[in-house]
Design a protein. Structure first.
Length: 106
């Protein structure tokens, strides 16, 4: 597993990391990377173009947990986000506490 931030979880098999070298956040279940959130930075804004979960692990809320982890990390860095990925945009709409992170230039 890559070095990075470890997410807190009641389920000890689930780990979340920021993989800065590959510009993505990752969620692992045991030794399997089951999902990711790609990102890149443009002018101080973190653009999230893509989120994915392995098909066999869909429907468990893992992508939502990972998006929340990513947005919390972005907020901690005091940066703005461009939710180019439709999944992330919907997540923010459903969780308005993250609306202030959205860049006005998104």
């Amino acid at each position: 597993m890559p070095d990075g931030l470890s997410g807190d979880s009641a389920d000890t098999d689930v780990k979340m990391f920021k993989n800065a070298a590959d510009e993505r956040y990752e969620i692992w279940l045991g030794d399997i990377r089951v999902g990711l959130v790609d990102y890149y930075e443009r002018g101080g804004v973190v653009v999230i173009p893509h989120t994915e979960t392995l098909p066999d692990f869909g429907g468990r809320g893992l992508a939502s947990r990972l998006v929340q982890f990513a947005l919390d990390d972005i907020a901690e860095q005091r940066k703005k986000v461009n939710p180019a990925c439709p999944f992330v945009a919907v997540f923010i709409k459903r969780n308005p506490e993250y609306a202030e992170l959205v860049s006005q230039h998104s």
